[in-house]
Design a protein around this ligand. Structure first.
Ligand SMILES: C[S@@+](CC[C@H](N)C(=O)[O-])C[C@H]1O[C@@H](n2cnc3c(N)ncnc32)[C@H](O)[C@@H]1O
Length: 256
């Protein structure tokens, strides 16, 4: 099993805190991984789609100097506050209020003018739209991201995916349950790459993340909802044992 890659900084090593503020495998390690793949540059305009409480957005602003717009249409499940309010509070706490804006909105209805951003970043969010709205809904989100990126702009998509293998029969009941059944939400890398291409992007790089399983194990151990319901996602991952569930990324460019 691969070991997690080290953080670039020792400032955010409290994984209980990281996973309480993010929502999905990888936390800030994922953001760091994606940012390097995307080649983020200081002063560039980044859209974070499905930012949750915005800690990844703040991290990207602090570590890479991007001017970020954090987008999330939902309220959190604990206090019921709009995610955009959490983002604003986190931006204060991280000292990046001058770099981070937040808006309660989502894809595909962002309301932004075309070509507003140099980079778009989305992790562990669009597969939920696929689960709710199907492939057409997922494609509509990708097309909106293409629209709001400037020509030559770069999109980094990080997503829970399954490996290119048949779903193990004993795992099937576990990934068919809950509000967002993994079976409905997750696709393999090849299918995701096809969707990103169909939306009009040119693929720069795509693969399964080398640390995918470590990220899932961290999530199972540190996410507050996993801690509350060990017979939910943690049990699914235990039954899976790395046979089907993974995490992939697609780095793509809007053609000039
Ligand atoms: C599982 S969290 C991922 C948060 C964070 N990006 C991460 O990787 O930890 C997914 C987020 O996507 C948001 N979301 C759901 N539907 C969305 C949509 N149509 N557009 C943008 N975000 C959406 C949810 O509100 C949720 O906060």
């Amino acid at each position: 099993m691969t070991q997690p890659t080290p953080f670039p900084t020792d400032r955010h090593l409290d994984l209980d805190e990281v996973y309480a503020q993010c929502s999905g495998p990888g936390g800030l390690r994922l953001s760091e991984f994606m940012a390097r793949k995307m080649g983020l540059t200081p002063g560039s305009r980044l859209l974070d789609i499905g930012c949750n409480r915005g800690v990844q957005t703040c991290f990207l602003a602090q570590e890479f100097g991007v001017k970020a717009m954090a987008l999330d249409p939902w309220h959190d499940r604990m206090q019921g506050d709009p995610m955009a309010e959490h983002v604003r509070r986190n931006a204060e706490a991280w000292g990046v209020s001058h770099l981070v804006l937040a808006q309660k909105a989502g894809v595909p209805d962002t309301g932004f003018a075309s070509e507003s951003f140099d980079f778009a970043y989305s992790t562990t969010a669009l597969e939920m739209v696929r689960g709710l709205e199907g492939e057409q809904g997922y494609l509509a989100c990708l097309k909106e991201i293409l629209r709001v990126l400037r020509p030559g702009g770069v999109f980094g998509l990080g997503e829970p995916m399954h490996l290119d293998v048949p779903l193990p029969l004993d795992l099937e009941p576990y990934v068919s349950q809950g509000d967002f059944p993994w079976k409905e939400c997750f696709r393999d890398l090849r299918s995701t790459v096809n969707d990103v291409e169909r939306a009009g992007f040119a693929i720069i790089e795509a693969d399964y993340a080398p640390d995918a399983w470590s990220w899932w194990m961290e999530y199972a151990a540190h996410d507050p909802f996993c801690k509350q319901t060990p017979d939910g996602d943690p049990l699914t991952l235990k039954v899976d044992n790395g046979r089907w569930t993974s995490f992939g990324y697609v780095i793509a460019r809007k053609p000039e």
